[in-house]
Design a protein around this ligand. Structure first.
Ligand SMILES: Cc1cc2nc3c(=O)[nH]c(=O)nc-3n(C[C@H](O)[C@H](O)[C@H](O)COP(=O)(O)OP(=O)(O)OC[C@H]3O[C@@H](n4cnc5c(N)ncnc54)[C@H](O)[C@@H]3O)c2cc1C
Length: 314
């Protein structure tokens, strides 16, 4: 059993500049706006604070932190989770141009800011990222993508700190081994520090026009006015999850405050006051109905965090 008070106090002393929260509700940090507390959350502002936090947590307390970005792909139990959460999004905001066409971005940089930076420098290739609401760290981890673009097409290098930790803490250059909504980071315990994007020169007016077009397409098709985690299920081979769900007549299906969006059947939304339990029950109902009617087993795209034995039953 982890002594969370002792870990919190030790971090306070050993890394005095680190922003720390005790019993922090995850509903404040997830785009679904649900989730109970985690005992300790650390919000490092730079890579040095990440390394110092890991050294205390892993080497002194044997605690494996959970790494998060902006919480736009996370579903957290109403009971919370017994975890030290290391959140990149509030800090780790390095954003620089190297050798004319390589952008170095800290894992806490938002995808929108990254895409905007590429536009400012007349570089093309990141237009797809502009409307993805997560961070660079989460984007690399998920190989996030949209409208034919994805991180695998533009990321040339990723620097990370892996667990088990060495002392002194070592940074590694990791080949992300991307595939559809997948990277090697889903099989390893590593904190992504930063990513390198090598892009081609482009016409700023064309880049901007493409971003505006993609943003308009999102606004027209997606329920951006409601909290959600985007597409709740992965795209099954040979199908589209939204089309299968719509085809089974499930748009508008509700459990408590959770609903299958009327606008986009692939999005489960929080219409106000939804609990994690509502969302999970709705996911189970959707999955069962789609499987019964089409034979396709939907797999969640969102990541679940909770106490042992909780979550979905599939
Ligand atoms: C309205 C809406 C629209 C969306 N549209 C799209 C879309 O078009 N395309 C798409 O791909 N996704 C989309 N998403 C989903 C989501 O934005 C992406 O998956 C995004 O990449 C998640 O980034 P994040 O920073 O929020 O990650 P989080 O949700 O915080 O974390 C996701 C995973 O990444 C890991 N992780 C995050 N940061 C780090 C780090 N620094 N080191 C190691 N691991 C890390 C976490 O452990 C977790 O397992 C959408 C979501 C919403 C709410």
């Amino acid at each position: 059993m982890t002594n969370w008070n002792a870990l919190y106090d030790r971090l306070r002393t050993k890394v005095p500049s680190l922003e720390l929260r005790r019993d922090e509700p995850m509903s404040r940090h997830t785009s679904f706006q649900v989730g109970g507390p985690v005992p300790v959350m650390a919000l490092p502002k730079d890579e040095e604070e990440v390394q110092q936090t890991l050294a205390v947590a892993v080497l002194e307390f044997g605690v494996r932190p959970f790494f998060m970005g902006r919480g736009t792909d996370l579903l957290v139990s109403d009971q919370g989770a017994d975890l030290l959460v290391l959140k990149a999004y509030s800090g780790l905001g390095r954003l620089e141009l190297e050798e004319g066409r390589t952008i170095v971005a800290g894992s806490g940089v938002s995808m929108a800011r990254l895409a905007g930076f590429a536009l400012e420098h007349g570089l093309t290739g990141l237009e797809f990222a502009q409307g993805i609401p997560g961070s660079v760290g989460g984007g690399v981890y998920m190989n996030a993508g949209a409208y034919g673009g994805e991180m695998s097409q533009v990321v040339t290098r990723v620097s990370a700190v892996g667990l088990p930790l060495e002392e002194p803490v070592q940074e590694q250059c990791v080949d992300p081994q991307f595939s559809y909504r997948h990277s090697i980071f889903q099989e390893q315990d590593s904190f992504i520090l930063r990513a390198y994007f090598t892009l081609d020169p482009g016409d700023p007016a064309e880049i901007e026009a493409k971003m505006e077009d993609l943003a308009a397409r999102r606004r027209a098709k997606q329920p951006l006015e409601h909290p959600s985690a985007g597409s709740t299920f992965k795209r099954p081979a040979g199908h589209f999850a939204a089309a299968l769900i719509d085809g089974c007549g499930l748009k508008g299906l509700r459990v408590g405050g959770a609903q299958v969006s009327e606008k986009h059947a692939g999005f489960l939304i929080n219409t106000g006051g939804a609990t994690c339990k509502d969302i999970v029950e709705l996911m189970e109902q959707v999955r069962e109905r789609v499987f019964k009617e089409t034979g396709v087993a939907l797999e969640p795209e969102v990541r679940y965090l909770g106490k042992e034995g909780e979550g979905w039953n599939f």
